[in-house]
Design a protein around this ligand. Sequence first.
Ligand code: NI
Length: 182
Amino acid sequence: MFKKLDILDEKDKLLRQTSKEVTFPLSKEDKKIIQQIIDHLTYSQIEEYEEKYDLRPGMGLAFPQLGLLKRIIVVVYEYNEGKFDNYVIINPTIVSNSKELIAAEAGEGCLSVNREVEGHVPRFARVTIEGFDEDGNKIRVRAREDLSIAFQHEIDHLNGILFYDKINKNKPFFNEHEMRLI
Ligand code: NI
């Protein structure tokens, strides 16, 4: 049975907290929530279900967005039309990053931010992330371009940071000579 998630709005102060490291084994409840997040994000990117369940499209979610201050992020990435890769990373850390910065040309969105926020968010073009899978195995993920942006956005949530915190108030937009826009 599909269950639409209750996602906190940006006004909620829990989104400004720092989440706690997770210990293993994971509880059954946390595993269940991870699956619900995967289902929600997947459905939100499939037009038929997006309409049926009135979902806002999104590719990532972090546990604190559900009011759970645990360092768990989920990204459901559509790498081909209708084909999705699921990434669940527990206690993620960025262990290396490119010097090059990029930004999503259209700006970023967030399932906790129910309004348009304009501006470019500078992100590393490439990151390597280490963390753990649901069974507590150490994992290492390399990401570039939009997937790299997604991971950085979700890891920020674990530290109480929302994407618009990183938009330069005095200069919200870059041109393509200043930053590579994707
Ligand atoms: Ni977000």
